[in-house]
Design a binder for this molecule. Structure first.
Ligand code: RUB
Length: 325
């Protein structure tokens, strides 16, 4: 990473590098890794000055924050942990920060399990579910349905360019779920065989729009046209507080080599040095609320248009940068 703030522990920088390179990926997993990294920073901070300790924690949070812009679970996690940093001495600050990070991680796991039970109630024995990308929140719904004894089959979209659908397929096969893996372009054809589309979310805006892996919105439009309900599994950690005050969610643009490797470029351009070939690689897109049937959270399921009520309840006050006191 470019950002090498002084006093940020190398383990935090390593976590930030893993998130940026997508070795750690998926909104909930990123949030969990960020909270763990802040606990590590708190454990290892070498100072006897409370102000310096706090500065180091905020610098660590900033380093983590700058990795990926779209998943709001990352700033929400950082904010949650830093708000728990409390005390007069370094040892008090250290203990409260570590305890808060542990609390966050436990709540994250619990919320995922709870939303899984809610999502599972929407699934019937024998249902076929189409998935996109790899979402641990979405998989939690399937896991809960399987634990309830329901037979579920899955049509798994491969999800170009990084093919996170393979991770979904691997997990589902471990659970014994019959999987049909398809290329993204085949999704509309296979919707006729699906009873549900089930996806996760990186951010949910106040108007109920769902920001998720690129291709989610096209899938949702096709599903609506085919009469297949679209379920979004998303812990409340995915609700984006800034959107209540009119901000939009930044869509991450990733490196073009994920789409076209350097050594494939010549297949198109030949020997020419051709700057007329542009490759764009947006990682996420926005699905409008009218194409989503239900947002399933640990607090129950919501029609997307009503999610703002829950957001107001959870984030009453406006929020600044996660590292701001
Ligand atoms: C992952 C993605 C997932 C959400 C939700 O994108 O879009 O659907 O992050 O995942 P990427 P989870 O692979 O680029 O991180 O439910 O695990 O939070």
């Amino acid at each position: 990473m470019e950002n090498r703030q002084p006093d940020v522990d190398p383990a935090v920088v390593a976590t930030a590098d893993d998130i940026a390179a997508m070795r750690t990926r998926g909104a909930a997993t990123i949030a969990d890794a960020a909270a763990k990294a802040l606990a590590t920073q708190a454990e290892r901070a070498e100072t006897t000055q409370p102000a310096a300790f706090e500065r180091q924690l905020r610098a660590a949070a900033e380093t983590l924050y700058e990795t990926r812009p779209t998943a709001v679970s990352l700033p929400n996690a950082l904010r949650y942990v830093l708000r728990g940093m409390d005390g007069e001495t370094v040892s008090e600050l250290r203990a409260t920060t570590i305890a808060r990070a542990e609390e966050f991680r436990a709540e994250l796991a619990q919320a995922q399990q709870q939303l899984g039970e809610v999502g599972s109630n929407r699934l019937r024995d024998g249902d076929v579910v189409m998935t996109h990308c790899h979402s641990t929140d979405a998989l939690s719904c399937l896991e809960a349905a399987l634990e309830d004894g329901k037979e579920i089959e899955a049509i798994v979209k491969e999800t170009r360019p990084r093919k996170q659908g393979h991770i979904t397929a691997q997990q589902l096969r471990e659970w014994g779920v019959p999987v049909t893996l398809i290329v993204d372009n085949a999704a509309r054809r296979y919707l006729d065989e699906a009873d549900h589309v089930l996806v996760g979310a990186d951010s949910i805006a106040a108007d109920g729009s769902v920001v998720n892996k690129i291709g989610t919105s096209g899938l949702a439009v096709n599903a609506r046209e085919r009469g297949v309900p679209v379920m979004v599994a998303a812990q409340t950690l995915k609700l984006h507080p800034d959107t209540m005050t009119g901000h939009t969610v930044e869509i991450e643009m990733r490196d073009e080599t994920e789409v076209l490797a350097d050594d494939q470029r010549a297949d198109i351009t030949g020997e020419r040095d051709d700057d007329g070939l542009v490759v764009e690689n947006p990682a996420f897109d926005v699905t409008p609320p009218r194409h989503v049937d239900a947002i399933v959270t640990e607090r129950g399921q919501f029609p997307p248009e009503s999610i703002v009520t829950l957001m107001r309840e959870l984030f009453g006050e406006t929020t600044g940068e996660p590292w701001e006191p």
